[in-house]
Design a protein around this ligand. Structure first.
Ligand SMILES: Cc1cc2nc3c(=O)[nH]c(=O)nc-3n(C[C@H](O)[C@H](O)[C@H](O)COP(=O)(O)OP(=O)(O)OC[C@H]3O[C@@H](n4cnc5c(N)ncnc54)[C@H](O)[C@@H]3O)c2cc1C
Length: 394
């Protein structure tokens, strides 16, 4: 086993660290207090990020992306985790690998502008009646000649207000369960598409999570992404990688930042005439956090390494999603405690992180759903999910 990091990756992460510290962290307080990021500021950080080659780093070079390997993407996401969700979204873009399923003229219409950052895409799967049960949706796309007519509604669409188009799951065959769902690329400006209420959240200030409704939206064959009836497989298959970077590795980065802050504070803050780091109950919080962060980091890199070798990472990505998000939750809680009243006070970013990170255990599949996926994988194929060599892609 070789755990060394290449010189190229080291340079990339060092320049990302600089960008996050110099360009993004200084904006955090303003975004938090205003509840939004000014559009001109968002544009400015996007342009800077793109000029530095930081936009769409996860996408292949062949389509204009950064072409980073999965391991490199994890290392990059550790750095992104050092700032807030909204700033990461505006600066680096969440270009869904799902769009790589674009074929023919779809590439020019949807994929390439997304990789360039000229148009942005949000995923619209969840409905008021169907969350964890992604196959239980009622949004339908009924055949109409060569195309379809889309009706229904979605909610909790992240980045909905900032996006130009949506990847929407819809039922195309009412009697086929999960095999009767397809994905359509739907432009926000199409007649019949209505952007609804912005749903206020516990954290993620400055973000947008919206309701969407579709009324007799006419879609042509050019709107169908991938094959008809294989939409759920397509979406769930491709957002797996995003989970690894965007949740797993980013959670590790945020937890590391908190641990650095806690450690400094434990050295600097004196009570009873000594640094609070002298107290064993404070030390235990630092040590437990260090153990858990190191484990989550290695678990994530191991899953990424499997991806880079063409192995099936599904159960491992689920393990990373569950573990890293829960580790961050525990570390954030300990950070509040180690900082005492200051940890609860809005003068420091800790209370924001404490609120923001809670959702990582909920979106993109709850911890319960991922635990059940891990167990089902094991019941199907023994304990293969934890064998370090992984399994060949299914
Ligand atoms: C901030 C935010 C951003 C989001 N962004 C998006 C987005 O961009 N696009 C999108 O499509 N969706 C998005 N979502 C939706 C998110 O993915 C869902 O909230 C999530 O999948 C859970 O679905 P639900 O909220 O309907 O909860 P439910 O499915 O109703 O679950 C409620 C509880 O029951 C448990 N449960 C359900 N089924 C099982 C089971 N089989 N076994 C054990 N326990 C179970 C769950 O784990 C949970 O604890 C977002 C949500 C939030 C909060």
């Amino acid at each position: 086993m070789d755990f060394s990091i290449s010189e190229e990756s080291r340079l990339l992460t060092a320049s990302l660290r600089r960008f996050v510290e110099q360009e993004l962290q200084p904006l955090e307080e303003e975004v938090e207090s205003r509840g939004e990021i000014a559009p001109e500021k968002a544009r400015e950080i996007f342009l800077k990020s793109r000029s530095l080659g930081f936009y769409a780093m996860n996408m292949p070079e062949a389509v204009g992306g950064g072409g980073l390997s999965a391991v490199e993407m994890c290392l990059a996401a550790h750095e992104m985790g050092r700032t807030s969700d909204i700033l990461v979204r505006r600066a680096f873009g969440t270009v869904y690998e799902l769009l790589l399923a674009c074929a023919g003229s779809q590439r020019d219409e949807w994929l390439l502008p997304a990789v360039q950052g000229d148009r942005t895409c949000a995923i619209a799967m969840t409905e008021p009646g169907a969350g964890s049960d992604a196959a239980g949706i009622s949004t339908s796309a009924k055949r109409n000649g060569r195309g379809w007519v889309l009706n229904g509604g979605k909610h909790f669409v992240s980045d909905g207000a900032f996006s130009d188009f949506f990847a929407v799951t819809a039922r195309t065959a009412p009697d086929k369960g999960a095999g009767g769902i397809s994905v359509f690329l739907v432009d926000k400006a199409m007649p019949g598409v209505t952007l609804g209420r912005n749903q206020p959240m516990m954290g993620l200030r400055g973000g947008s999570h919206v309701e969407l409704s579709f009324e007799d939206v006419r879609l042509g064959p050019e709107h169908l992404l991938g094959e008809e009836g294989r939409g759920l497989r397509l979406v769930l298959g491709t957002i797996g990688r995003v989970r690894l970077f965007d949740i797993g590795a980013r959670a590790v980065g945020t937890a590391t930042l908190l641990l650095e802050m806690m450690t400094r504070h434990a050295n600097d803050r004196k009570q009873f005439g000594v640094p609070i780091g002298t107290f064993q109950m404070v030390q235990a919080k630092l040590a437990d956090s260090a153990i858990e962060i190191a484990s989550a980091r290695l678990l994530g890199l191991d899953a990424a390494w499997d991806i880079d070798r063409g192995l099936d990472p599904r159960e491992k990505v689920s393990m990373v999603k569950v573990y890293a998000s829960e580790v961050l939750g525990r570390v954030a809680d300990r950070a509040v405690q180690v900082f005492g009243g200051l940890g609860y006070c809005k003068d420091l970013p800790i209370e924001r992180i404490y609120r923001d990170c809670r959702v990582m255990r909920i979106y993109d599949g709850t911890s319960e759903i991922h635990r059940s996926l891990i167990a089902k994988g094991m019941l199907r194929s023994g304990a293969a999910a934890v064998v370090p060599t992984g399994k060949p892609a299914r």
